[in-house]
Every structure is written in structure tokens, then in C-alpha cells.
Design a binder for this molecule. Sequence first.
Ligand code: ADP
Ligand code: MG
Length: 663
Amino acid sequence: MSATLIERPAPGPAAAATLAPRRRTRVFALPEARWAAAATALFLLALPLRLTGAPAWTWGPLYALAYATGGWEPAWAGLQALRERTLDVDLLMIVAALGAAAVGQLTDGALLIVIFATSGALEALATARTADSVRGLLDLAPATATRLLDGGTEESVPTGLLAVGDTVLVRPGERIGADGRVLDGTSEVDQATITGEPLPVAKQAGDEVFAGTLNGTGALRIEVDRDAADSVIARIVAMVEEAAGTKAPTQLFVEKVEQRYSIGMVLATLVVFAVPLAFGAAFTGSLLRAMTFMIVASPCAVVLATMPPLLSAIANAGRHGVLVKSAVVMERLGQVDAVALDKTGTLTEGTPRVTDLHPLPGAALTEDALLALAAAAEHPSEHPLARAVVEAARTRGLPLAPAADFVATPGVGVTATVDGRAVAVGAPARLLPGAAHAVHPAHAADPAAEYAAVVARELEEGGRTAVLVRADGRPVGVLGIADRLRPDAAATVTALTALTGSAPLLLTGDNPRAAARLAADVGITDVRAGLLPQDKVAAVREYEAAGRKVLVIGDGVNDAPALAAAHAGIAMGRAGSDLALETADAVIVRDELATVPAVVALSRRARGFVVQNLAIAALFISGLVVWDLVATLPLPLGVLGHEGSTVLVGLNGLRLLRESAWK
Ligand code: ADP
Ligand code: MG
């Protein structure tokens, strides 16, 4: 390694290059916008000619071209849809414009086409900008990074080619090229791209850094710990894009209703046209009124009411480190009225430390030998307690014997063969004889077992998690492990209580004493301890049977079934097991529990916007329809009202993209 590199970083041409502004879709990059502009220009050329009474051959072709440029795309799409037996509302717009033209109202028809095409372009722009704000995140990951080779030589490589284990030099002001861990150097890193947090975070050896975040004034040497495709930022983008492909239940409902509504609307249009005609009204007037009716009654705004608010909310949550996997989930999160929290790794930091070592008399083990035996058996496990045991053995420099026949039983512990001995490490309540569901029932009056039970009880009363170590069927020692509450645990419990109207429930596999003590510290009174994974599911089912909608928050393999059974499940992403991440509906990327109430509130806001949008749409449609039927609504005014409300609803939904929509 080369210390001089760290002290004298090269000044930053690299920094300048990586600070290029985000790519934003320009209006005229969109074909919709180009066609709309052409139609508008033709219309503006034709209109004065027509109004000043110029001969028809001057404005006629211009109008025809305006119809064609503005209308061919929706007409074509509408015809395609008809072949699949669905009625596209866009097609109705074109029919209305042609209808107007047929009765000599060329200008009104052209105006309809122009406004329709323009609002279509605006919609496309809004969609593209939402996509930009997500993809912009990916652009922030630099294209190249400086890899350090063993001899200390530097080479510049595309970030996509960095491998786990590579050492990368991050210069001051440079964007970090990969997710990794700091080897040496100190700096402040602006992580706003991932966390939304404006304040830079101090980094030193051992800390985690993320691709796409901006390094401050120090230089860092980092070891890559995730491939580019698995980086937090790449996962955010993938999930948001995936979510955009899903449809929320409200949207599915709207689309189902839309079809029937559209067909009913066409029939109603025929009635609006035919009835006055039968009573002797003029043909032209009747047709115009019917065309206006068809335009203003179209459910365009209704269709646009649901998805933009939900997708904007997903993008916003993603920026704050909560990956919501689909629009369905975004809708569901706000519906929950009960919350169940896991303890170890969720309410606590999940980086527990071994605090006590108690070899049992008669086992003839030193503290170190006990720890080494337990650590050897725990080594393959990803459980937070297992990591604590292994870490403690490492700190003491103990060599770990290889483990064979490793089996992990969620909520219970692990078993393995170490040095020819059958070792079990886990919950005393499950491993000691006489315990309910004991894995290895033995003779009741085993003095070693009784002694172990007393030690375990004492540790638990002190708020520790007791872990029993058994060798060849006999208890040989008890470890005391202490975990810390997350700093934001109490505030989160308070916020969730306020949001759902009842205090969260604690579901844990740990012992009742330690669980109750910790629960009291954060304001939870409803504690269910000593649970196996299926017991957690049963607790969720019990609540759901009582008509509650439960949100489960967990991290472990033992939480996965409950995460799947719940109305909505959120996994802790940093420490969480892969199974929990897969099963959950949403993932908290940085382990900040406080983002849970924030995302629930965001979901409620999104649902509020959906309702608001549906109301705006209904109000405009019914108002304009009544106007058209009772009095005579001029066609251009009908067009303006209809398109105006559609654009209004679309833009309203995008408001959740804004930073202030969070919290
Ligand atoms: P929680 O539900 O609070 O996250 P778990 O269900 O993961 O806790 O664990 C419950 C209990 O099972 C732990 O308190 C511990 O006693 C025991 N246990 C599970 N796995 C292990 C392991 N790998 N090593 C030691 N003990 C374990
Ligand atoms: Mg857990």
C-alpha cells in the first residue's frame, strides 16, 4: 500500500467530470412533442387565413395536415386497441374531431386535435421526467474508478468491471464508484443521492460507503464489497423500474370500470345526438353537441388519477432509502392499522456483543475454549447472535475449528460437528432438558442443566440474551450477549403508535425477560416472546382474523414467513438476511427504523392524492356534461375543460416527487 497516495491526492479533473448535471429529457426529444408542435404550427398558420376569409385552397390543406400530424398517432393506437376489443378513449377524441369537421366546424375540430396532442405531449414529458429522476441516480455512479493493484500501482477501470475484494482509491471530490468498506483514510461523504440526507457523513476505516455518493475533502481507500449490479443504488433503480410495471388495485379497478364506462359513453353519445334530432333539432347543432358530450364525458382524467401519485411516492421513498417493490405495496402501506416488530436486528442494532462467558463446572473448559467451540459451530450462521460469537472469538485471536453437518433452526439455534463433538448453540429454553419443545430432552435432574438454567435466568434478568452451548448432549457453558436498542427505536414506536392508533406489538424468539425489559424502554407493552417462526405467523393471522391490517418489520430468516403473511412486510436491508429481503414487500436500505413511519405516512399521502384526483376528475366530467346537456357548451371550451382537468390531475400526482412530501 502506498501512504503517499492518501496524503497527496491528485487534484480533481475527475471531480469536475463526475459533477456533470443530471440528464433531463428535453421536450423535443419526445416524438409526441414534435408532432404536437407541428400540429400547433399548422393550426396557427391556417387560422388567420380562415378568419380573414381567404380562399379554401389556402387553409384547407393546412387544416388537413394539422389533423394528420396531431391525430395519426392516437388514431393508430386506438385502432390497434380496437383489434384487441378494447375501446381506447383517445380514439373517441379523434372521432369527435372528425365529427366536428364533418359538419363544417373545421376550426373547432383542429383546435381539439391541437390541444389533445399538446396535453398528450405534456403527459409524456411528465412520465419521462419521473423516469429521469430515478435514472438520474444511476448516472451519478461514475463510469470509471481508480483500482489499486498489489504493488500500489493505479489503474483506471470501468466501474462495471470492479470485482468484490478490489481495492479502490477515491480522491477528494470524486464520486465513489462502488459499494464498499473503508480500508483507510478519513473523509466526509455526501450521501444525499442514497439517503436524501443533506449533511455529509464522516467516514473512517471500517465504515461503509456507497456507489454514487460524493466524497468530500479527504481521500479514501476502499475495498469493494458488492458488484456494480448489486450496489444499493442499482437496486433502488431496478426496484423503482420494476414497481412502475405493476398496477395498484385501484388502477386495476379503474381500468375495468373504464371499459364499461367508455362503451356506455358511446351509447349515450348516440342518444344525445338522436333524441334532439327526433324532436326536430338541426342536424349540425345536434352532432356538435353530441361530439362535445363525448369529449367532456371521456374518463381521461380518471385513468390518470392513480398511478402518478403512487409512482412518485415510490421514487421519493427510494431516494430516502426505502425500496418499495410495487405500486400495490405503496397503496397497502398506508392501509395498515397494526404493526408487529421483531426484536433482534430490528428494534435492536443487530450487532450484539458477547458480554459474559460462563463455562459450567464439570465441563472442564476455559472461557476461551468455550468461546472457540461456540464460534466454530456458529461460523456458518448469518444470525446476529452468531456473528457476535464469531466476532468475540476473533477479537481474542482464537483459532476456529472447521464445522461439519451445520444445521440452523430459526428461532432455536444451530447444531454442528466440531472436532468430532456434536455441538449445539442456541436458546436455553429450547436446548435445556425439560424445556417446552426441547430439541434434546434428557434426564430431568441433570445438575449441569439446572446450573445452566440458573445462570441463563440471571443473565436474562439483567437484560442479556443467554445462549446455551451444548457438547455431546450435555450443557457446557452459557454466553451472555447484549444488544443495543437502535437510537431511533423509541421515536419510531411513538410515531407508529400515533399513525395506527395502537402501540406496536413485539414478536421475538428471544426470552420473555430480556424482551419485556427492552420493550418497556421503548413503550411497547404487548410482547410475545419465545416464538418460533410459525408462531410469528400465527400472531399475524390472529390480528388479521380480527380485521386488522398488519405491517410486519423484521430482519431474519425467522421473520420471513411472517413478512410474507402480513398485509405488508418491511425488511431491514443492511443487516437483513437475503430471505427476509426477498420475502418483504419493501426494504429499508440503510438501517433507519424511523423511515418506517415516514413511508407509511407517505403512502397515506399518496392515497390522499388518488382520492383528490378522482374527485377532481369526477367534478370536471359531471360539471361539463351537465353544462353540455342543459345549455350549449361550445366545443372549444369543452375541449379546454376536459384537457385542462386531465393535465391538472397528472401534475397533481407528481407533487409527491418533491422533497417536502417526505415526513
Ligand atoms: P428475534 O425474533 O428477536 O429476531 P430469533 O428468533 O432470531 O430472535 O432468535 C430467537 C432466539 O433463538 C435467540 O434469542 C437465541 O436464543 C436463539 N438463536 C437463534 N439462532 C441462534 C444462533 N445462531 N445462535 C445462538 N442462538 C440462536
Ligand atoms: Mg431478528
